[in-house]
Design a protein around this ligand. Structure first.
Ligand code: GRF
Length: 204
C-alpha cells in the first residue's frame, strides 16, 4: 500500500516533528513526512526540517489578523498542493476553525503533554505538580472542534518524582511524546485507528 503523505504543523522547536521524521525513515513505516508547515517564520523546527530534506512551507498568521478562517483556508491550500493525507499537530500554537477541523476530521492528530482528559490547555506540567498527581504523561488524539477533547489514539505515563520541577517533569514527558507520536501515526496511517464523526462519510 502507498505510504500516507503527512504534514507536520509546528510553531516552535519541533522535537516531536523530528521524532516523526526519524520514525518515517523506516522502510516499513506506513507514512512519509511530505511537508512541514509553520505559522511562525522564526520556528526553530523549520530549519531542522530543511536540514532533514523535508519540504517546508510558512503560512504566517499575522497578515490574516482576526480572520481565522482565511488563515485556515490558506493552510488548507498548502496541504492540498502537496496532496497531504494526514496532518499531525506538533506544538502548533493556533486554534482551528470548525471548518478546518471538520474538513480534516479523522485525519488530524494532536499531541498533548498530559494524560487527557486531565489537564487540557496550557501549562500542563505546572498544573500536574500543583495537583500532586503521582503519574503524568502524554496523549495523541484525533482533533475535534472542542480543544484537547478528541478520541485518544495512544497515551502513556511516567511517574512524578519527589523534587520534580516543571523542567524535569517536562523532559520526562517529552520522551514519552517522542515514543507515542510515531506509534499513533502508524496506527492511523495503517487504518488500525479510525475516527469518523457522526454524519460524515469516511475520507471526504
Ligand atoms: C510538546 O510538549 C507538545 O506536546 C505540545 O507542545 C510541545 C511541542 O514541543 N503540544 P516540540 O516543538 O515538538 O519540541
Amino acid at each position: 500500500m502507498a505510504k500516507k503523505r503527512v504534514a507536520v504543523l509546528i510553531s516552535g522547536r519541533g522535537s516531536n516533528m523530528t521524532a516523526l521524521i526519524e520514525a518515517a525513515k523506516a522502510k516499513d513505516y506506513p507514512a512519509e513526512i511530505a511537508l512541514v508547515v509553520s505559522n511562525r517564520p522564526d520556528a526553530l523546527g523549520l530549519g531542522r526540517a530543511r536540514e532533514a530534506g523535508i519540504a517546508t512551507a510558512l503560512v504566517d498568521h499575522r497578515p490574516f489578523g482576526d480572520d481565522r478562517e482565511a488563515f485556515d483556508r490558506a493552510l488548507d491550500a498548502e496541504l492540498a498542493a502537496r496532496r497531504i493525507d494526514i496532518v499531525c499537530l506538533a506544538g502548533f500554537m493556533r486554534l482551528f476553525t470548525p471548518w478546518f477541523v471538520t474538513r480534516w476530521s479523522g485525519r488530524l492528530l494532536n499531541i498533548h503533554p498530559a494524560l487527557l482528559p486531565q489537564f487540557k490547555g496550557l501549562h500542563t506540567h505546572r498544573r500536574a505538580l500543583q495537583a500532586g498527581v503521582k503519574r503524568h504523561g502524554a496523549t495523541v488524539h484525533f482533533v475535534v472542534p472542542e480543544t484537547d477533547s478528541g478520541p485518544i489514539i495512544v497515551q502513556d505515563s511516567v511517574p512524578v518524582i519527589e523534587g520534580d520541577t516543571e523542567e524535569t517533569l517536562a523532559a520526562r514527558v517529552l520522551e514519552v511524546e517522542h515514543r507515542i507520536y510515531p506509534q499513533a501515526l502508524r496506527l492511523v496511517a495503517e487504518g488500525a485507528a479510525t475516527f469518523v464523526p457522526a454524519g460524515k462519510d469516511n475520507g471526504t
